[in-house]
Design a protein around this ligand. Structure first.
Ligand SMILES: [Fe+2]
Length: 253
């Protein structure tokens, strides 16, 4: 579906697929985040389904969504036009680097608040365990993307550049590693959601100290970044790589 970003069809949003809305305008992602609507892992369903499930004020939400289209600078839409190798490197240098840098910091903060406040707020122990599991899965997952999937994407981009038919013997078809990565994204999305539930949507206790506040801010930012990251892969990089491979394999020499 094609949306004119200067004149969004607000009444059509509800019937649209969530990821298509975000693909048209990444500012819409901020509004989705605010209302807890998952646009990356659960982005392939109509918006009205998510609105009903979340039990939110649909009218208010749709108004904000419409506003986000008016604010759109067009900057984010460029992801869609980027060369796929460039996009994968952007993901590595921006999102993967962010995770690698933030994981030890957040774990240290969680350990600290757990030591000081764990007796009173014993759910913090579960938050720490959940975050450690999420972090270790993500580090593993990113290594697979950086060592296997993204080099295949570069190979496909180069094949197109040099007008060559790619050989797929090493990995079958690119959709296989992609399916695996998507299922790992689902697992990560569920873990992030669990942390959000455990912390009651990052609601701080009245007596929360500064480290407590900082840790919740960091966790929330981590989740937001993960959503953007998974959106770029699930909704742009992966489907476009599958299409590129198909195009290269079906064209005549
Ligand atoms: Fe990924």
């Amino acid at each position: 579906m094609n949306i004119n970003t200067n004149n969004p069809p607000a009444d059509n949003f509800e019937k649209m697929i969530i990821k298509d809305i975000v693909l048209q305008n990444f500012k819409a992602a901020e509004v989705m985040e605010k209302y807890g609507i998952d646009f990356c892992c659960k982005g392939k369903r109509p918006l009205n389904e998510a609105i009903a499930e979340k039990n939110i004020n649909g009218e208010k939400f749709l108004k904000e969504l419409e506003k986000s289209f008016q604010k759109n600078s067009g900057e984010e839409e460029r992801f869609e036009t980027w060369d796929l190798h460039f996009l994968s490197q952007y993901i590595v240098n921006n999102h993967h680097a962010y995770i690698k840098e933030k994981v030890p910091v957040i774990i240290a903060h969680l350990e600290k608040i757990n030591n000081v406040h764990g007796a009173k707020y014993n759910f913090l122990q579960n938050v720490l365990a959940e975050f450690e599991a999420l972090a270790s899965e993500l580090l593993n997952h990113m290594a697979k993307e950086e060592r296997i999937l993204f080099p295949i994407i570069k190979y496909l981009v180069d094949s197109k550049k040099f007008n060559e038919r790619p050989r797929t013997e090493g990995y079958g078809a690119i959709k296989h590693p992609i399916m695996k990565m998507e299922s790992e994204h689902d697992t990560a999305g569920r873990a992030a959601e669990k942390i959000r539930t455990l912390t009651n949507n990052y609601k701080l206790p009245a007596d929360a100290c500064t480290t407590f506040r900082v840790t919740y801010q960091e966790l929330e930012e981590f989740e937001k970044d993960l959503h953007k990251h998974v959106h770029l892969e699930n909704n742009i990089l992966f489907p476009k790589s599958i299409l590129l491979e198909e195009e290269l394999l079906t064209r005549k020499k």
